[in-house]
Ligand binder design. Structure first.
Ligand code: HEC
Ligand code: HEC
Ligand code: HEC
Ligand code: HEC
Length: 337
């Protein structure tokens, strides 16, 4: 439905193997799968590269994949050395050369230092957003950010041989609501995901040892009696509504999303939130997320309590990927009480 002209398989597609490739091909028959260093692809409509002629300019497009990912490619696929494979393709006459790099961030940068003749490298699997255009060894680097939250956009100026625009476009519900067919698919998918995780949650073995581990978090409903003003002030922050944000997106049971929208997640090496059914009192970013477990404090308020709060308190959630604009000194002003 998106109608992309090329699709460059990465580690995820290779893990799922031919089934997903066949299905993608079935749904997008006009799409060509591209990879310069996949040895035995056995994929329909597979090419090592493609040349598009746009306004009399030949645009060469290819992709390469890190051989380090091969161990994950469990479907008998083999990955050849990326550099010779790419160099061979760059010999094909062109006016602009674009390669998608399925590499880790650091590896992709190292790799680019040894490549000549590439104009645009698209980093395929990186977290984090592209704050400004980066230029390595004659090549412009473009990031998309993972999780499909943003998409990289670039205008190329052939007279200067540089991008004239390079930016990230946010993809939000408004963008796909404009297309009712896409909106319906997204809603169907989100409803399915929610049902799936609720079922997983029901099946989970409740007799496991972790149910006997004591939770030292008491929840913010235990703070208001002694700290009424602070509690009222917290209730006015987005932190107090973070779980509702997940509910709106049908992600209130999704393990991918929960850790940063609840208090004391074990994903963050804390001993608070366990699951939506076990610890519903720890939804949202409550007091104890920043100040630490308060079990002892509510029994003995005079004993020292409260973590030293600095940027690291926040950046476990306000990561470069989720909140690239986060700046501790300014943002802390917005939540202090
Ligand atoms: C029974 C009353 C009581 C309850 C309940 C209570 N606190 Fe307190 N809290 C106090 C008192 C009194 C102090 C000041 C202690 C002192 O004088 O050093 C305090 C101090 C603190 C401090 C340290 C402030 C500082 O300047 O060092 C933090 C943080 C805090 N409370 C958070 C919480 C949180 C979070 C909760 C709920 C989980 C909570 N409190 C529940 C009475 C309470
Ligand atoms: C456990 C994860 C978590 C921690 C820790 C955390 N936040 Fe947040 N924060 C969130 C989430 C999630 C939201 C968005 C809530 C929503 O709208 O659903 C948010 C929203 C905010 C907002 C309002 C939205 C914005 O960006 O304008 C500010 C300001 C903020 N946080 C500052 C901080 C500061 C400062 C700290 C550290 C002292 C901190 N946060 C710690 C998860 C966290
Ligand atoms: C690494 C921590 C982290 C994870 C994981 C995370 N979030 Fe958030 N989320 C944040 C922070 C921080 C904010 C506030 C800053 C901002 O608005 O960008 C936020 C804000 C939000 C918001 C309110 C602002 C908006 O964009 O509308 C929604 C909705 C949201 N997250 C949904 C999700 C969903 C759905 C998932 C799972 C797919 C998820 N989050 C996973 C940290 C996280
Ligand atoms: C997102 C992080 C965050 C959350 C959530 C949070 N606080 Fe705080 N709190 C702070 C910061 C930052 C300070 C400033 C003190 C510092 O720098 O250590 C503070 C200060 C305090 C103080 C000391 C105030 C003073 O005047 O000295 C108390 C008491 C306190 N918080 C209680 C609470 C209670 C109760 C809640 C929940 C209703 C809560 N906090 C939620 C970050 C947070």
């Amino acid at each position: 439905m998106i109608g992309t002209e090329v699709l460059t398989p990465g580690a995820q597609e290779l893990i799922y193997g031919h089934k997903i490739m066949d299905s993608l091909h079935e749904h997008t028959p006009a799409t060509t799968f591209l990879c310069a260093n996949l040895v035995n692809p056995q994929i329909p409509e597979f090419e090592t590269h493609k040349v598009f002629t746009i306004n009399n300019k030949r645009v060469l497009v290819t992709s390469i994949i890190d051989p380090g990912l091969e161990r994950k490619a469990i479907h008998g696929l083999q990955i050849a050395e990326p550099l010779p494979a790419l160099e061979k393709i760059l010999k094909i006459p062109h006016d602009l050369a674009i390669a998608v790099l399925h590499f880790s961030d650091a590896k992709a940068r190292r790799f680019m230092r040894s490549v000549t003749g590439l104009d645009i490298a698209i980093f395929a699997t990186q977290r984090g957003t592209m704050k400004e255009s980066e230029f390595i060894n004659g090549c412009w680097l473009l990031k998309n950010n993972n999780h499909g939250k943003t998409i990289g956009y670039l205008d190329w100026d052939f007279t200067t041989g540089k991008p004239s625009t390079a930016k990230l476009i946010q993809i939000n519900k408004m963008a796909y609501d404009a297309d009712s067919k896409i909106a319906e698919l997204v809603n169907k998918y989100e409803t399915w995901v929610r049902k799936h995780y609720i079922e997983m949650e029901k099946k989970r073995d409740k007799t496991t040892a972790d149910l006997t581990i004591k939770i030292p978090y008491v929840g913010s409903q235990n703070c208001g009696t002694c700290h009424p003003q602070i509690t009222a002030s917290w209730q006015n922050t987005e932190h107090a509504r973070a779980y509702a944000s997940l509910q709106k997106k049908c992600k209130d049971f999704c393990p991918d999303c929960l850790p940063c929208h609840v208090t004391g997640s074990r994903e963050h090496d804390k001993q608070g939130f366990r699951s939506p059914t076990d610890t519903p009192n720890l939804f949202n970013i409550q007091c104890e997320e920043c100040h630490g477990p308060a079990e002892d404090h509510i029994k003995n308020p005079k004993s020292p309590y409260g973590l030293k709060i600095d940027a690291s308190t926040c950046t476990i959630c306000h990561t470069a990927n989720n909140d690239p604009e986060f700046f501790f000194k300014d943002d802390v002003q917005l939540i202090t009480h």
